[in-house]
Design a protein around this ligand. Sequence first.
Ligand code: GA4
Length: 332
Amino acid sequence: MVVLSNPGIEQLSCVGNCKPTTLFSGIPIIDLSKPDSKHLLVKACEEFGFFKVVNHEVPMELISRLESQAINFFSLPLSEKEKAGPPNPFGYGNKSIGPNGDVGWVEYLLFTINQESISQRLLPVFGHNPNEFRSALNDYISAVKKMACEILEMMADGLIIQPRNVFSKLLMDEQSDSVFRLNHYPPCTGPGIQTLNSNNMIGFGEHTDPQIISVLRSNNTSGLQISLGDGNWISVPPDQNSFFINVGDSLQVMTNGRFKSVRHRVLANSMKSRVSMIYFGGPPLSEKIAPLPPLMKGEEESLYKEFTWFEYKRSAYNSRLADNRLVLFQKI
Ligand code: GA4
C-alpha cells in the first residue's frame, strides 16, 4: 500500500495499472455555423457520445467573466469556502463527490438552475460583490443553455425526427431539472502525492452523466479523458475556445441506445490548475424517459423499462460514481 503524507487523500485512486493512455486527435469537431454538421453530429453521438463544438456563438467575454469569478472563489481560504458547503445537494465540495464515498482531487461548486432564490448557504460564494458573481453565472448559463438547445435541435434534424424541439423542449421547460458545476483541480504536486505517481492522480473518477446533454468548457489545462469502451482512454486536448459535449444516459435511452452516453474522467496530472464549468441539461422530474417512437424501426422494442427522470435521478444518487446506472433499467 502506498502511504501518503497528505491526510485526507488516502482514498484517491491511482490509475497507474491501466493500459497506457493514447493521445488522440480524432475527436469529432462540429462546426455549428454549418447546417450540414447535423450528419456528423449524429455520427459522433453514435460512435463516441462525445464531440467538440466550434463556431458557437457564446461570447468569450461571458466565459472569461465567469472563469475569473470562479478563480476568485477557489482562491479563498478553505474555511471561507467551506461556509458554502456541504455540496449535498448544492454548494461547495472538496475531494468528496456525491453521497456514497467517492473522492477525487477536486473542489467544486454545484448549483441548481431554475431556482429563483439562491440558498442563503451559497451567499459566501458571491463574496463582496454578490451581483457580479450572480450575473456572470446567469449570463453564462443562459448562453450555454441556448447553445445546448440548438445542438439538440440539430440532432433531431440529423435523426430526421419531428418536432425538432423534441429534445430541446425538455431543457426549455420551466421545470427542467438542470445542474451547473464549477470544478477546480488544483495542481497535483504535494510531496506525498508525487510518490504515488503524480501523472496518474484521479481528479474526477470515471462515470457517465445521468442527464440528457452536458456542455463542458475548461481552461487550457489537460486532464479530460473519454473511454472508447474497449479499455482504452483517450486524452482530450484542451481547447479553451471551444465546448465539449457529452451525451448523457437519458439521451441514450431516448434514442433506444443509438446514441452512447460517454464514460469519461479527469486526471489531475498537471502542474497547472484546471478549471472547468459544466452545464448538465436535464428534463423535468416528472418526465417519462423512453425511446422516441419515430426512432423505432419496424418491430423494434425498447431496450429499457419505463421510468421517470425522478426515478432515474434517485437511483443515480444511490449509486457509486463509476457504476453503470442504466443496467438497472435495462430489459433483460
Ligand atoms: C455526474 C454528473 C454531475 O456532475 C452530477 C454528479 C453527481 C454529484 O456530483 O453529486 C453524482 C454523479 C453526477 C452521478 C452519480 C451520483 C450523483 C455523484 C454520484 C456519485 C452533479 C450529477 O447529476 O450526477
